[in-house]
Design a protein around this ligand. Structure first.
Ligand code: NDP
Length: 257
């Protein structure tokens, strides 16, 4: 698999923690030859730490560019590719992973600001990033190969009480991904969705506005997946030969079934 990913340029959104961070490390471990990893998120210092962790683990073979990017800001996304150094612009794979949930509340009580940030990040941000990267694929002389890998959620398939807005954002990701795949059928662009179940990351800390005790309570009495479990699937999917699309994956801990 390594050879298929050698020399690729891969963008990961939300690479400062959790699934995005693990995915960056897993790509680096799998294909340390001339890989270029563009790690994006809002916390640039944390991205630099991830870059240092990669260097420590696999050495200098993988080039890593930490890049501050808030996907909820359309202007930042629009100027993202143009602001990359020239040699980093030929993107092959986009992992649309940045996402969050804010609050647990029944629909009538949800704060408007929380609704807006979830849609701006999980949906509009993902769509804007996809459009920016598709424009690069389409300019390619060899017919525009590339991968768009969208991280949805089991919540997009099975809505739960208290999570109506988050679930709606992930259902939107699912519809967008399915429609885009149909639009791009028989091209060299693969449009992929990976839907995790419960994974222990900073996700729930963000959900409870930094309250770690509430976040930990989410995992009480169950064994969530690790971010590495998801990263392995993302990298496996990107590493298939070009005619193979692992189009739609649901991955969750056994206790959640
Ligand atoms: P984390 O909170 O650990 O990671 C979320 C990442 O998204 C962080 O790197 C964060 O970086 C980034 N992010 C958030 N908002 C923005 C923004 N506006 N612009 C750019 N980056 C942003 O959670 P996970 O790793 O668990 O989440 C990754 C994805 O997996 C999300 O899409 C989530 O919905 C999905 N998921 C998670 C599940 C779970 O149980 N953990 C289950 C199912 C799906 P920063 O703060 O530095 O910007």
């Amino acid at each position: 698999m390594g050879k298929r990913l050698d020399g690729k340029t891969i963008v990961i959104t939300g690479a400062s923690s959790g699934i995005g961070r693990s995915t960056a490390l897993e790509f680096a471990r799998t294909s340390p030859k001339n890989l270029r990893l563009i790690l994006t998120a809002r916390r640039i210092d944390t991205l630099k730490e991830v870059a240092a962790d990669i260097k420590k683990e696999v050495g200098e073979g993988v080039k890593v560019l930490p890049f501050k990017l808030d996907v909820s800001q359309p202007d930042e996304v629009r100027s993202f590719v143009g602001n990359l150094p020239e040699e980093w612009r030929n993107i092959d794979v986009l992992v649309n992973n940045a996402g969050l949930v804010k609050g647990v509340a029944k629909a009538p009580e949800i704060e408007e600001a929380d609704v807006n940030v979830m849609f701006a990040t999980n949906v509009t941000g993902l769509i804007n990033m996809t459009q920016a990267v598709l424009a690069i694929f389409k300019k390619r002389p060899e017919g525009g190969a590339g991968d768009i890998i969208n991280i949805g959620s089991i919540a997009g398939r099975e809505p739960y009480q208290g999570g109506s807005i988050y679930c709606a954002t992930k259902a939107a990701v699912r519809s967008f991904t399915d429609a885009l795949r149909k639009e791009l059928v028989a091209t060299r662009i693969r449009v992929i969705e990976i839907d995790p179940g419960q994974v222990e990351t900073e996700f729930s800390v963000v959900r409870f506005y930094g309250d770690k005790s509430k976040a930990d309570a989410v995992y009480a009495g169950c064994e969530p997946l690790t971010p590495d479990d998801i990263a392995e699937v993302i990298v496996f999917t990107a590493g298939r030969r070009e005619n193979v699309i692992v189009a739609d994956t649901l991955i969750f801990p056994n206790h959640q079934a």
